[in-house]
Design a binder for this molecule. Structure first.
Ligand SMILES: [Mg+2]
Length: 159
C-alpha cells in the first residue's frame, strides 16, 4: 500500500491544511479497515513513508488518529497494528514500485492473494488485475472500493 494519494490527497491537504500530509482521510482509513477486516488481510507499506526513521510507528499513529478502531484489539497498539512490513527500496533502473512489491510477495509465499493501492502506476503487467489505481486528488474513492469488492467480495453487503 502506498500512502500519499491513497490515505491522504489533495482534498485532505486543503481540508486539513496539513503540509506534511500526516492527517489521513478518516473515511479512507475506515474503508481500509473494512477491507482489511473483511479479507483478513495485512498491510505492507510500499510508500516512501517506509524510508523514514520510525516509519511504522508514524504510519500506525496516523491510522489511529484518523479513527482506525485499534481499541477493539485490547488497547495494545503494537499487538493490534495491521502493518506487517515494508517493501525493499531499489535504487536506479530497477526502481519500479511493482518490482519492489514483487520481491516482497516472492519472499512471503504464505500470502497468496493481494491488492495494490497506489496513485502511481509503475506496476508490473502481472499485477494489473490486483492493482487499485487511486486518484491523488481524492485518495481512496468509492470507485476504488467497488473495484476492491470485485476482487474480494463481502458477504451480506447492501450495495
Ligand atoms: Mg502516492
Amino acid at each position: 500500500m502506498d500512502i500519499d494519494g491513497v490515505l491522504n490527497s489533495h482534498r485532505t491537504a486543503i481540508g486539513f491544511q496539513h503540509v506534511l500530509m500526516r492527517k489521513f482521510d478518516p473515511v479512507a482509513v475506515m474503508m481500509l479497515y473494512r477491507i482489511v477486516k473483511n479479507a483478513d488481510a495485512a498491510i505492507v507499506i510500499s510508500s516512501t513513508w517506509r524510508l523514514s526513521k520510525g516509519w511504522k510507528t508514524l504510519v500506525w499513529g496516523c491510522l489511529r488518529e484518523a479513527g482506525w478502531p485499534w481499541e477493539e484489539y485490547g488497547f495494545v497498539p503494537q499487538d493490534s497494528c495491521p502493518i506487517i512490513g515494508k517493501t525493499v527500496n531499489y535504487l536506479g533502473a530497477g526502481k519500479i514500485r511493482g518490482n519492489e512489491i514483487d520481491v516482497w510477495l516472492n519472499e512471503h509465499p504464505e500470502y497468496n492473494d493481494y491488492i495494490i493501492l497506489d496513485d502511481d502506476s509503475d506496476m508490473l503487467e502481472s499485477q494489473m488485475n490486483r492493482f487499485i489505481h487511486c486518484d491523488s486528488k481524492v485518495g481512496l474513492s468509492y470507485e476504488n472500493w467497488q473495484r476492491i469488492r470485485e476482487i474480494w467480495p463481502e458477504e451480506g453487503e447492501l450495495a
